[in-house]
Design a protein around this ligand. Structure first.
Ligand SMILES: [Zn+2]
Length: 101
């Protein structure tokens, strides 16, 4: 899939609906914005049947995180490990699956 198609799919009303449908019950504010940025920048990729990789956003940090979708969504980042709540990476994967899955 080309970069152009990805951008088109995410922009406009359709992208916004998908975004709210997935996220509305879980978190608010900046975590959602960050999750959306991961997908928009093409940083989310599926690495195996139950596993995704999320590359870092330039300027934030340099860590690539691994998200497991087996059972529930889980991530190896500090936020998820500490709080057990869905982090921006989990949300990015949910959004990604909703759009491309
Ligand atoms: Zn995470």
């Amino acid at each position: 899939m080309s970069e152009g198609i990805r951008q088109t799919k995410l922009s406009g009303e359709q992208g916004r609906l998908v975004y709210y449908d997935v996220m509305s019950q879980k978190v608010t504010g900046r975590v959602k914005d960050k999750a959306r940025a991961f997908v928009q920048k093409g940083l989310v990729s599926k690495s195996s049947k139950y596993e995704y990789s999320v590359l870092p956003i330039k300027g934030y940090n340099k860590t690539t995180y691994t998200i497991s979708t087996r059972g529930d969504y889980s991530c190896n980042c500090q936020f998820y490990v500490k709080t057990g709540r869905y982090c921006s990476h989990c949300l990015a994967v949910m959004l990604y699956e909703k759009i491309y899955g």
